[in-house]
Design a protein around this ligand. Structure first.
Ligand SMILES: [Zn+2]
Length: 143
């Protein structure tokens, strides 16, 4: 089960605690457009009749890049210039829903291939006192 000290980095970003967490988006009642993160107003048609919707936990890798130096503030992962480790980010295309920007859970770029299946995972980002700040990320599916 999930640890109650684990706190999402932002409210209403994903279902948590959960054994099968899902990202939370908004679906427009007018045009059907889906946004992530949640929105109060449809960026496509301007309507404000949006309902919360749980997004697919699996998608495909649309593109990716590496972050090889430590980002400037407000980056706050709890590391230092000395302990920073390069990481990967990319866009995951959720079928018939929306494109999601995400961290990618891989050790190196040989594990990444555009179009490959990816799945959602909630992981620890940093510690904050006795709490663990949790973020969403995607990893190669079935690995
Ligand atoms: Zn709309």
């Amino acid at each position: 089960m999930n640890d109650s000290r684990q706190v999402p980095i932002a409210p209403e970003l994903f279902t948590w605690p959960s054994d099968q967490p899902r990202l939370l988006g908004s679906r427009c009642a007018g045009c059907g457009n889906i946004t992530f993160p949640r929105a109060d107003c449809c960026p496509k048609c301007g309507l404000e009749t949006l309902t919360d919707t749980e997004l697919a936990s699996k998608g495909t890798l649309w593109t990716w890049t590496s972050q090889s130096f430590r980002p400037k503030p407000p980056y706050k992962a709890g590391d230092t210039e000395e302990t920073f480790k390069p990481y990967y980010v990319g866009y995951i295309e959720l079928p018939d829903q929306v494109m999601v920007e995400s961290r990618l859970l891989v050790d190196d770029e040989t594990q990444l291939k555009i179009g490959m299946p990816m799945e959602l995972e909630i992981v620890k980002y940093r510690e904050d006192g006795d709490r663990e700040i949790m973020i969403y990320a995607f990893r190669p599916a079935g690995v």
